[in-house]
Design a binder for this molecule. Structure first.
Ligand code: ADP
Ligand code: MG
Length: 725
């Protein structure tokens, strides 16, 4: 690729071999590495305030953070008995303000020198002497010339993170900025373009050389924005090229099974149900049927809110597959869910005499061998299990249809592995985590999407109330009243620490406390994450048999567990949960005929709306921001029952990584782009990428040769995966 990746950093002006070593220690070895070491923020005049304006804001009740520029004027250590405070006084446009530190006194005393200019950020207060003061601020050193330019020309100053090892090599903020400036001046013009010219032109993007200059030393906010757009577009674009290729290969290249729809078994099955399918269920079933009949392999996402009846639809599709002589597999994210599916589906399919078996971890050796041999011989029609299904040694006779429940917990690669066990089986992915449309379009661009957007008739929406902790006695009285009417209740406590030991302790503590005091006259059960799945299952079964009135849970109650008489859920410290988690929890109740209730209990302070003064939310401190977001989450839960609506709100509040849980999701993390913030760029990148693959899937035209080259140099691993799948 570009030669810049072959030029050692030491040749950049003001670097040299010694400093180059420090850079290498943090992974910056070549000129290219440095050019792509982007600022993490910028100082520009629009987000900097004068002392006067800040004082004004504070007098009007503003409580957020500010940035102000100042030149060090004096410093002193103030002693109060044995305590010390370090104070630095700075000058800003003829007025002083002060920064104070209660710790690191010696360090800060050495750091700040008279005459140095800093951009200072933090949460200001007015002292009793009327001074503007910021405690433990963030600060960025800027030099004299920068400061002048800054105010005279409205220049934007880039701010780079300085890793410890760089700092140790005596490279501070100003020298790093200078070094990067030198690199950009000497080399940005030699960077090789990484996006095809046709795409750049059509999308009106900055070329790479221009974008590199603008991302570091922009002449204007507009150019700065354009530079980031280009880099975001680029990473989305290559991601979507891969998605488009995956879709193309599965749809156009592979030949799958063309199932014949046999009316009798389907009818027998549907007639055996005590209810009619909803319109929405019939609609998605029709879509699935068309896919199954087609010789192209189905690759479909079936989404629908908790309890909307996805499982029944999937079972009808199983009937189609088995009646064509194929095996089906259903993969669930946890053993307890696999087991529940196993019991439920076995019963549902009894009428057709299908052989339904389950394969999970922890089964005895003999039992496991027997199961494996049934899968291999084809005796097993429907196999239900967990990731144990990935393991070597699981061989199918003729797998024709795979269902993956709760898809977001499985990585794309795992999906691929399972699919390889059959000859391009049809794949249906079921998700009860409503995925916002913007995401399905992009992340899951290779899946077709069917949505159940209607609840079975007679299902009443759960009534949701937000209450402060001070109302707990009244809430418990309400729970008792409902139990007297025949309901059961979940009481959930969040996991405070990610430690199993602590969790067990907390669980036991709450259990003992409640079962000995408020609920001494009731039967109280306990479920927690330290139990193995069999123990958990036993508790859930006992609960559904009404052996307890109340189930206390510290961990999230497993997704999908069905207890029809559980109509109340009390969620403590609800501010700690994410929106989709709250919605999933709420989905545990209201599954029967009676009215369901969800009571969200939060610390009283979370019920108060966070005051937003005339300054945008950006100026809130991290703690205030957190409180603000929690407030929106809790209020949204009260207001909406629709999981898709809530998912959109969640996406806005938290960004996608958090919705899915970064680690398990298998979703890529973008370096520059943020799919919540940069939806529009993502949408453009997607359509550009799909257009390319639509025109020329083999990337044969010279216009696209660069894409091919990029794929082979940067995305080799991803390509391998596509071939496997
Ligand atoms: P999901 O998998 O979408 O969470 P399920 O398929 O488990 O939902 O269905 C939830 C409950 O609703 C089950 O008890 C199921 O038998 C029932 N159910 C499904 N479809 C209907 C329907 N059309 N009418 C009434 N009840 C239904
Ligand atoms: Mg389900």
């Amino acid at each position: 690729m570009s030669e810049l990746s072959n030029i050692s950093l030491q040749f950049v002006k003001s670097v040299g071999p010694k400093r180059a070593k420090a850079f290498a220690d943090v992974g910056l070895r070549t000129v290219e590495d440095l050019l792509f070491y982007f600022p993490f923020k910028y100082l520009d005049r629009t987000n900097i305030l004068s002392v006067n304006r800040i004082l004004n804001f504070l007098r009007n009740g503003y409580e957020g953070e500010v940035t102000v520029i100042g030149t060090v004027y004096g410093k002193e250590i103030i002693r109060y008995g044995r305590k010390q405070i370090m104070k630095v006084v700075l000058l800003n446009e003829g007025q002083t303000f002060e920064c104070i530190w209660f710790a690191g006194i010696k360090y800060f005393k050495e750091l700040f020198n008279e005459g140095e200019t800093y951009a200072i950020s933090g949460k200001p207060v007015i002292t009793k002497y009327g001074h503007l003061q910021i405690a433990h601020p963030d600060f960025d050193l800027i030099d004299e010339k920068e400061n002048k330019d800054f105010f005279n020309t409205g220049k934007i100053i880039p701010v780079y993170r300085i890793p410890g090892k760089i700092k140790a090599a005596k490279i501070g903020a100003i020298s790093l900025r200078r070094i990067i400036h030198n690199a950009v001046s000497a080399y940005a013009n030699k960077a090789k373009e990484t996006l095809p010219a046709v795409v750049i032109k059509k999308q009106k993007l900055q070329e790479i050389r221009e974008a590199l200059r603008n991302v570091h030393f922009p002449e204007s906010p507009v150019l700065l924005k354009g530079a980031w757009e280009r880099f975001k577009f680029e990473e989305f674009f290559y991601f979507e090229i891969l998605v488009a290729l995956r879709k193309y290969l599965r749809k156009e290249k592979l030949t799958g099974i063309s199932f014949e729809i046999k009316p009798e078994p389907v009818k027998t099955f549907l007639d055996s149900l005590p209810f009619e399918l909803t319109k929405s269920q019939l609609k998605v079933l029709h879509e699935i049927r068309l896919d199954m009949q087609s010789p192209k392999p189905m690759n479909r996402l079936l989404q629908g809110d908790v309890g909307s009846g996805k499982t029944i639809v999937a079972v009808v599709a199983m009937v189609i597959a088995v009646s064509n002589g194929y095996q089906c597999v259903l993969m669930a994210p946890t053993e307890i869910l696999a087991d529940q599916h196993y019991r439920g589906i076995k019963k549902l399919l009894e009428i057709l005499n299908y052989n339904v078996i389950n394969l999970v971890g922890g089964q005895g050796k003999k039992q496991r061998e027997e199961i494996l041999s049934q899968i291999k011989s084809g005796e097993a029609d429907v196999v239900i299990g967990t990731h144990a299904l990935f393991e070597e040694g699981v061989e199918f006779n003729n797998l024709g249809f795979a269902i993956i429940d709760e898809q977001h917990r499985f990585g794309v690669e795992q999906r691929g592995k399972l699919i390889n066990k059959g000859f391009s089986p049809d794949v249906l992915v079921m998700s009860a985590t409503p995925i916002p449309r913007t995401l399905t379009m992009t992340y899951y661009g290779d899946l077709d999407v069917s949505t159940i957007d209607e609840m079975p008739a007679g299902r009443k929406p759960v009534k949701t109330f937000l209450r402060g902790e001070s109302k707990l006695p009244a809430i418990f009285d309400f729970v008792k009243q409902k139990i007297a009417e025949g309901d059961q209740a979940f009481i959930v406590y969040p996991l405070v620490e990610e430690s199993e030991k602590l969790e067990l302790k907390a669980a036991t503590l709450y259990f003992e406390k409640l079962s000995k005091t408020v609920f001494a006259d009731y039967k109280v059960g306990l479920i927690h994450g330290k139990m193995n799945w069999r123990e958990k299952e036993e508790v859930m079964i006992n609960f559904s048999r009404k052996e307890f009135d109340i189930l206390i849970s510290t961990t999230v109650i497993e997704v999908g567990i069905d207890v029809p008489a559980a109509n109340i859920i009390v969620i403590n410290d609800a501010q700690r949960f994410g929106l989709s988690q709250l919605h999933q929890l709420r989905g545990r109740v209201g599954r029967g005929k009676r009215q369901g209730y969800a009571i969200l209990v939060a610390k009283d302070e979370y019920l108060k709306k966070v005051k937003l003064k005339n300054i945008e939310t950006d100026y809130l401190s991290p703690a205030e921001k957190e409180r603000y977001k929690a407030f929106i989450r809790l209020k949204s839960m009260e207001k909406y029952n629709d999981g898709f609506k809530l998912a959109e709100i969640d996406l806005k509040l938290r960004g996608p990584g958090n919705i899915f849980g970064t680690e398990q999701s298998g979703l890529p993390q973008f370096k520059y782009g943020d799919i919540a913030e940069d939806k529009e760029i993502l949408r453009k990148a997607k359509s550009a990428a799909f257009e390319v693959i639509g025109n020329d899937p083999e990337l044969k035209t010279p216009d696209y040769s660069l894409i091919k080259k990029m794929l082979f140099t940067n995305f080799k691993k991803n390509l391998e995966y596509i071939k496997i799948a």
